[in-house]
Design a binder for this molecule. Structure first.
Ligand SMILES: Nc1ncnc2c1ncn2[C@@H]1O[C@H](COP(=O)(O)OP(=O)(O)OP(=O)(O)O)[C@@H](O)[C@H]1O
Ligand SMILES: [Mg+2]
Length: 280
């Protein structure tokens, strides 16, 4: 079953021409006081690839997204987009670079309906601020914004939820809505932080199909603890542990690396309740 009609593919307006890296991070270090959360981390993301960041809790995965998103400052390191060196983006510049992200939690605004939450994501193409201007939009602008948001909800399989409030959503449905909010800007690069957390196998299977549809038109960097899911969707895997990349390559190659086995076995030994899906 196809989740998406081909004509509705989300990143259709993004033109990926480079055969080289769409995104490259070189030697990034980030520290919080005395803690080195990222230590000399380099990753490369090719067009139309799914790149997975995996590793135990506290390894630095979300911090990497936060550095790319301008939420934490880099101590050192470089970021290149389509092989051009740029300054570390500020949060408001991300959309202009074609980068969208979902948060590790769900992050929906409770005072707004589902479709309004998604409209917030589309608003980055407008000069004005949605919250400030929602009441002042011309009816035509509002109609267009809502159309885009409804399309993104449909891409994420959540069109039927449009008029609900976030508190009425099940957890899997709220994950779909937060994905729609990222998709609505038609990103070239989608950063997904634990999108499958809390989802059952059915939803993960649907999400797997969605990832394959999306990657035809954009690149995806995904942080995830569901290792089976990662094994199915990833072209390239980076394994982080204590802020360092300890392995990278295809899933099948990294899963055999002794350093990776150590990192995961260490996690399991020190946490008797750890989920078996984390095991390699
Ligand atoms: N804003 C912050 N201030 C201080 N320390 C932080 C901050 N953000 C992250 N850290 C610390 O940096 C380290 C890396 O955290 P990060 O959230 O990036 O890990 P993670 O790999 O995403 O873990 P998880 O799988 O649990 O989400 C942790 O030790 C964390 O406590
Ligand atoms: Mg995290």
């Amino acid at each position: 079953m196809r989740l998406l009609p081909e004509s509705a593919l989300v990143c259709l307006e993004s033109t990926l021409v480079s055969e080289n890296n769409l995104l490259a991070i070189n030697s990034l270090s980030v520290s919080f006081g005395g803690l080195k959360a990222l230590d000399n981390v380099s990753i490369e993301v090719k067009p139309n690839n799914v790149v997975a960041l995996i590793g135990p809790n506290g390894a630095g995965k979300t911090t990497l997204f936060n550095a790319i998103s301008g939420l934490v400052p880099a101590d050192s390191g470089q970021i290149k987009l389509e092989d051009n060196l740029i300054s570390w983006p500020k949060p408001h510049e991300l959309a202009g670079y074609g980068i969208a992200r979902t948060l590790q939690g769900v992050g929906l605004f409770s005072g707004l309906s589902v479709v309004e939450n998604v409209m917030m994501g589309a608003d980055i193409h407008r000069k004005s601020n949605f919250i400030k201007d929602i009441l002042g939009l011309s009816s035509r602008d509002e109609y267009e914004l809502k159309e885009k948001a409804m399309q993104a909800l449909a891409w994420a399989g959540a069109a039927h939820l449009a008029e609900l409030e976030p508190k009425q959503l099940t957890y899997p449905d709220s994950k779909r809505v937060s994905l729609a909010r990222a998709l609505v800007m038609m990103p070239k690069i989608l950063l997904l932080d634990e999108p499958a957390a809390g989802l059952g196998q059915d939803d993960i299977d649907k999400f797997t199909k969605l990832i394959f549809d999306l990657k035809r038109n954009c690149s995806i960097v995904i942080v995830e603890h569901h290792i089976d899911f990662i094994s199915r969707i990833s072209d390239q895997v980076y394994v982080l542990n204590f802020g360092k990349v300890i392995a990278n390559g295809t899933f099948d190659s990294v899963k055999r690396e002794p350093a990776v086995l150590d990192a995961y076995l260490g996690t399991q030994q020190s946490n008797s309740s750890s989920n078996s899906s984390r095991a390699l």
